[in-house]
Ligand binder design. Structure first.
Ligand SMILES: Nc1ncnc2c1ncn2[C@@H]1O[C@H](COP(=O)(O)OP(=O)(O)O)[C@@H](O)[C@H]1O
Ligand SMILES: [Mg+2]
Length: 252
């Protein structure tokens, strides 16, 4: 459960988040839609604790992460993982090392113990298999296509089994088939980990395929939030546009 209250964030003279409120329930996939530049990535960076708000609070599973010191934030967000907008793989590490990275860092989230190298190797192989990247262990990120890098980023995330998963535009820039594979991976991961997922996207097809609830981020706030069917009926220019886009593409 994530509870965000009255979040304000200003960069220079621009208020990006303006008293944003949002709740993500345990066990759901919550999709956040919105135009580029509204602050969706900024919002995710606040949830995972790498940015602090000017005003407001974020509560994750009952813990206020906004008032914590650095090392306390670290332990509070250990059970969270994020797929960053450009996948953010480490260029100097091969795919196996990349996938192992957080697993090595966090260890077993339940016991806090480190995993032995053989267990790490095994888990990494399994995660790469789940995302369809078996056999790429020794490849470098630069050797992979954009879609494969997204899947590698996803493997690195799911391998340590976080209970809160944040995805920043996981299907942007991918061809429709690869995008759909990523959508299915997000849904399957959610079923498997039974956590809470927040997915930022501007892909309405992806949103409707994966989302239990859809939210519209606009002008620094979450303007609307509802289950998909209800969401699409909301009288709002952006939602009209999304609905038209969905119908147009859906009928061809
Ligand atoms: N670290 C930063 N410093 C200054 N401005 C920033 C910073 N991060 C984001 N912004 C600004 O905040 C706004 C929202 O950015 P972002 O969250 O990346 O949008 P999006 O909804 O496309 O993900 C943009 O105008 C961006 O320039
Ligand atoms: Mg963004």
């Amino acid at each position: 459960m994530i509870r965000i209250k009255h979040l304000w964030k200003r960069y220079g003279k621009v208020d990006v988040l303006k008293g944003l409120n949002l709740e993500a329930h345990a066990g759901e996939i919550l999709v956040i839609l919105g135009r580029s530049g509204v602050g969706k990535s900024v919002l995710l960076r606040h949830i995972i604790g790498i940015e602090a708000p000017d005003i407001g609070s974020i509560e994750v599973n009952g813990v206020q992460i906004t008032n914590l010191r650095k090392h306390q934030i670290y332990s509070a967000v250990q059970n969270m993982g994020m797929l960053f907008q450009g996948s953010a793989l480490f260029d100097s590490m091969n795919i196996e090392e990349n996938t192992a990275f957080y697993l090595q860092q966090h260890g077993d989230l339940k016991t806090g113990k480190k995993f032995p190298p053989a267990v790490i190797k095994q888990k990494v192989q399994e995660a790469l298999q789940v995302v369809g990247l078996e056999g790429t262990e020794k490849k470098m990120p630069a050797d992979l296509s954009g879609g494969m890098r997204k899947r590698a980023g996803l493997a690195r995330l799911i391998v340590y089994r976080p209970s809160i998963l944040l995805y920043d535009e996981p299907t942007t820039g991918l061809d429709p088939i690869t995008a759909q594979q990523i959508n299915e991976l997000i849904v399957n991961t959610q079923k498997d980990l039974k956590g809470t997922s927040i997915v930022v996207t501007h892909d309405i097809h992806s949103a409707l395929f994966i989302g239990d609830r859809l939210a519209l981020h606009e002008d620094g706030q979450i303007k609307h939030i509802a289950e998909p069917e209800t969401f699409l009926k909301i009288d709002d220019p952006i939602i009209h546009y999304l609905r038209a886009l969905y119908k147009r593409k859906g009928s061809t």
